[in-house]
Ligand binder design. Structure first.
Ligand code: NAP
Length: 435
């Protein structure tokens, strides 16, 4: 028998659990830990609430979670409630699938001003992550600035621009829907330090900006390179750039008809956030040119009005005591998934915050291959019996998958019309709902 602990119940965690079941059948016992009393990590708290079809992948994780040899151990904080060394006493392998839940910082003056948020916090707020439920962004001003040109920037710009009716079928939490209803936003400026050929946005997500009821995208034609230059791009990026060209071709009068303009500001590197009475008012930006693919400052600066700012520039993993961490890369120090004997990383905790949800599948199967090479038939460790004894001694209040199903039922019952669920946004309410 092999005893495996997976820390984190998001996509990387459940694909790894699935792979363990495929690899060893009945000869494995897998415990999937999560700090929260609810599973699915980024599917629940990261994927945009209006992208319900993407969230359906959780049905696949549910199937794994309900299989005989897999167990969900919610409401347990590894590193606080139980140490990594203690887990290693009980399990043959401890696999970190903890994702990258923290915002990378720009390190600029004014980043701590009021109404400046990182995307982990802001996305967590509209998705009901308990840690960010009290964020309270203020949309009473006219100008929002989104820093970064990846898919998270698109999610954030789109959610801020949608009408209440457009958010109907989503599972955006009530506090976010209420706050967005009071929005006076007229401009959402997306700042990219490089140019149209260097965006990280994918065509499907970019195309959604054309479908919005009260917002239209704006690209300045003069920012686009000659069309012939697109031929060298890989097909996905070429499609995205074609969409930018479509945005640039939208007639001026259309922007007058939609209350919100989502404008792309390329070659624009933020230098500082400027404020008044502790609250952000503008972003100082330096024009750049591109040299060998890199943004190089020109010395020319200007200010972009900003009543609310969301930085969407990537994420960092959370270090855990006793596990080597690569500070510069913001993830666990690992060699293709191996951290130290018995310790592994998978998903964003292994490779950093890139790729789609599906990228975690081969990652999960890959790490189980490594574990299989390393642990062979397994050892005589005690596995979940050992952990359960320790948890009882410490009085840990473990939330099981059955408990989660009750929480899930309660969330579905509380949903507003058209929405799949109204999420609990604090841990106490989640735990109370299992009874
Ligand atoms: P991302 O794709 O890496 O984009 C980050 C953006 O931030 C880039 O435009 C980057 O510009 C910019 N940036 C980084 N450091 C900066 C700095 N110091 N100053 C100014 N700009 C800076 O990251 P993401 O948007 O957070 O997305 C993370 C992953 O999740 C991606 O793989 C994404 O595709 C995926 N995702 C997918 C979906 C979907 O499929 N619907 C939705 C959300 C997220 P440079 O390129 O110049 O560094």
């Amino acid at each position: 028998m092999r005893h495996i602990a997976i820390v984190g119940s998001g996509p990387a965690g459940y694909y790894t659990a699935e792979a363990a079941g495929k690899q060893w059948g009945d000869d494995v016992s897998v415990d999937v830990f999560d700090t929260l009393p609810v599973p699915y990590g980024l599917i629940r708290t990261g994927v945009a609430p209006d992208h319900q079809s993407i969230k359906k992948v959780s049905l696949r994780y549910e199937k794994t979670a309900l299989s005989e040899n897999v167990r969900f151990v919610g409401n347990v904080h590894v590193g606080r409630d139980v140490s990594v060394a203690e887990l290693q006493e009980f399990y043959d392998a401890v696999i970190f699938a903890t994702g990258a839940p923290h915002d990378r910082k720009l390190g600029l003056e004014g980043e701590d001003l009021g109404n400046v948020f990182g995307s982990a916090a802001f996305v967590g707020w509209y998705n009901g992550h308990p840690q960010f439920a009290s964020l309270d962004p203020d949309f009473s001003g006219k100008h929002a600035v989104v820093v970064g040109m990846g898919n998270v920037a698109l999610d954030v710009a789109r959610i801020m621009s949608k009408t209440e009716a457009e958010l109907e079928g989503s599972d955006i939490v009530a506090h976010a829907l209420e706050a967005l209803k009071t929005s006076n936003l007229e401009t959402v400026t997306i700042l990219g330090r490089r140019g149209p050929h260097q965006i990280m946005m994918t065509p499907k997500e970019l195309g959604e900006l054309m479908q919005l009821d009260r917002a239209s995208p704006y690209v300045d034609k003069s920012d686009l390179p000659p069309e012939d230059d697109d031929a060298i791009l890989e097909p996905g990026l070429r499609k995205s750039v074609t969409l930018l060209r479509d945005f640039a071709a939208i007639p001026e009068n259309i922007h007058g008809e939609t209350p919100i303009t989502i404008e792309f500001d390329f070659f624009a590197n933020p230098k500082a956030f400027l404020g008044e009475d502790g609250k952000v008012r503008s972003v100082e930006v330096e024009r750049t040119t591109i040299e060998k693919g890199r943004a190089v400052g020109t010395g020319e600066t200007y200010e972009v009005p900003a009543d609310v700012v969301i930085t969407c520039i990537g994420y960092r993993s959370s270090p855990i005591e006793g596990v080597p961490f690569d500070e510069r890369a913001g993830r666990f120090a690992n060699d293709e998934g191996r951290i130290l004997p018995g310790l592994y990383a998978v998903g964003w905790a292994k490779r950093g915050p890139t790729g789609t949800i599906g990228t975690n599948r081969p990652d999960g199967y890959g790490v189980i291959e490594l574990v299989s090479e390393d642990i062979g038939m397994g050892s005589r460790k005690r596995g979940r019996d050992g952990f359960d004894e320790l948890a009882a001694e410490r009085g840990l209040d473990i939330v099981t998958f059955r408990d989660w199903q009750k929480i899930e039922e309660a969330e579905a019952a509380a949903a507003r019309d058209g929405s799949p669920r109204e999420k609990f946004v604090d841990i106490e309410s989640m735990i109370a709902a299992r009874n």
